[in-house]
Design a protein around this ligand. Structure first.
Ligand SMILES: Cc1ncc(COP(=O)(O)O)c(C=O)c1O
Length: 503
């Protein structure tokens, strides 16, 4: 893929930039008439684009030249900053979701213009290798041509019916074929909605109220889950959220992940009261953390013995950690599963699934009410179906596993060989690295990571053209579009950045 080239051009209401790369050509306009509340960027924006073009051609020239220019490398994000200055006046914190803010890494969020494959391009024309991938959905690569084709075909037939479509059957079948615990599926519009609904189902089915969750796991922003949550809640250092009813929060019992004795203790103390256990089978919302050997199987055993349900929240791991999700990889079948991200192929789709005898508690088959105007949206179903079809092709997971392992191996070596304490790991297309010698088995361990160092690492990588999630407590993602060259360039960038950061 060629790097973007921005050419300032005249436009009556401001300045028009022509952005072209292998993604195609796009136009965007700055100026009062077109972007309200923004100052025209005529003079400065041109210089920012020119700077970025110069920076990019140096980067393309190779690692030796890069070393030579390392000290003068400066990321020009003038246009992003302008947009964010406006955004904070019209949206809380300037973002539509807190994890997008750069609160824990400093500076302003980068504002993006386009993405394709493994690359993402910001409004100033900087191109990055993307390891965020919209926080997970884009496992086949962003704006995949086949997915776009499927979406366009469906969009021409209709955006939403508010009534059944055959696409829902097809995606439900694909999920049921892949995910061991799924016999029936209910589609919703986000991971949050899937988790809220599944918690209600746990309570409705068992007639019990208490739910166990793990510190640092994130299950969306439902009231029951905003207790010691991961992701943005952990990033912002919040323990709970005001506005959550105490009675709801008190029905959630929190234990550390990977600590089986803590679970046993809760079941001893609250006999007959626990509806179920909710967890990310592989944690992505405290950074990347794998389950200890036997942990998931023991949870399965304990929940069965106590008449409680086990739920794997596979919103992040579903179709990422193997085609059948983490439950398939670890060969442990929970009662219920929540899904999102990948199954919508970039569109807002979530789902919860389980055996028929539990799922038929849900209305209209049963009494537990849950509904949604845009649930099972045909465009989202089409995107999800095509994404799963691509993932079923031979060799996909082996490829993801190989490049991601190489990436983490390279990042850890880059850190350690520069004297930094580091640990990390990967499974298929999910990975993470902490600045602590580890091991990291739960959020309590993850908090030992040197977050000041992560902040410098994050900024340095941005300047090198690598986009990482703006928090130590988020997993990274690769996709089928990431090439071996992307991986090697990322590792080289990390070596340069980590050499500059004091150990
Ligand atoms: C494991 C997990 N569950 C639930 C959610 C919430 O999903 P959404 O952001 O689509 O509401 C997330 C989001 O990152 C997640 O990672």
């Amino acid at each position: 893929m060629t790097r973007s080239k921005f050419t300032p051009g005249p436009f009556p209401c401001g300045v028009m930039f022509v952005a072209s790369n292998s993604i195609g050509t796009s136009l965007f306009v700055t100026g009062k008439t077109h972007v309200r509340h923004l100052q025209p960027l005529a003079k400065n924006a041109g210089s920012c684009s020119a700077k970025n073009t110069r920076r990019k051609s140096r980067m393309q020239a190779g690692a030796t030249t890069l070393k030579a220019v390392a000290s003068e490398r400066r990321l020009c994000t003038q246009r992003s900053e302008e947009i964010m200055r406006d955004a904070v006046n019209v949206m809380p914190g300037g973002v539509s979701s807190p994890v997008r803010a750069f609160r824990s890494v400093g500076g302003n969020p980068i504002v993006f213009e386009s993405t394709k494959g493994s690359k993402i391009v910001d409004v100033d024309g900087n191109e990055y290798i993307d390891y965020v991938l919209s926080f997970g959905p884009s496992v086949v690569g962003s704006a995949n041509d086949e997915v776009i084709e499927a979406v366009s075909t469906q969009a021409r037939k209709g955006l939403s019916f508010g009534a059944p479509s055959y696409l829902e059957n097809q995606l439900a079948h694909a999920i049921i074929d892949a995910v061991p615990s799924a016999e029936m599926v209910r589609f919703v519009s986000s991971g949050t909605e899937a988790c809220i609904s599944a918690a209600r189902l746990m309570r409705a089915y068992t007639g019990r109220e208490k739910i166990i969750k793990m510190t640092g796991c994130y299950h969306g922003h439902g009231d029951s889950f905003l207790v010691s949550a991961g992701s943005g809640v952990a990033t912002l250092g919040l323990s709970d959220s005001p506005g959550v009813l105490k009675s709801v929060a008190s029905a959630t019992i929190v234990v550390p992940y990977n600590n089986i004795e803590a679970i046993r203790e809760v079941f001893r103390k609250h006999q007959g009261e626990i509806a179920g256990v909710f967890l990310e089978p592989v944690v992505g919302n405290s950074g990347f953390i794998e389950p200890l050997p036997g942990y998931l199987a023991e949870l399965r055993e304990i929940t069965k013995q106590n008449g409680a349900l086990l739920l794997f929240d596979e919103v992040m791991t579903g179709f990422r950690i193997s085609y059948g999700g983490a439950q398939s990889h670890f060969d442990v079948t929970p009662d219920l599963t929540t899904l999102g991200k990948v199954i919508g192929g970039g569109y807002p789709v979530g789902a919860y699934a389980g055996p028929r005898h539990i799922m038929e508690t849900v209305a209209p088959a049963g009494p537990m009410y849950q509904a949604g105007t845009l649930s099972g949206s045909p465009v989202g179903m089409a995107a999800g179906l095509k994404t799963l079809e691509i993932l079923r092709r031979p060799g996909t997971y082996e490829y993801l596993q190989r490049i991601t392992q190489r990436l983490v191996e390279g990042l850890l070596d880059a850190a350690r060989s520069n004297g930094h304490e580091a640990c990390g790991g990967s499974l298929y297309s999910m990975f993470g690295m902490f600045f602590t010698k580890g091991p990291v088995h739960n959020f309590e361990d993850a908090k030992k990571s040197d977050t000041e160092k992560f902040k410098k690492f994050h900024r340095g990588m941005l300047e090198e053209g690598v986009y990482l999630a703006p928090s130590q407590f988020e997993a990274g993602f690769t996709s089928l579009a990431h090439t071996e060259d992307d991986i090697e360039r990322t590792i080289e960038a990390a070596r340069r950045v980590l050499a500059r950061i004091p150990a």
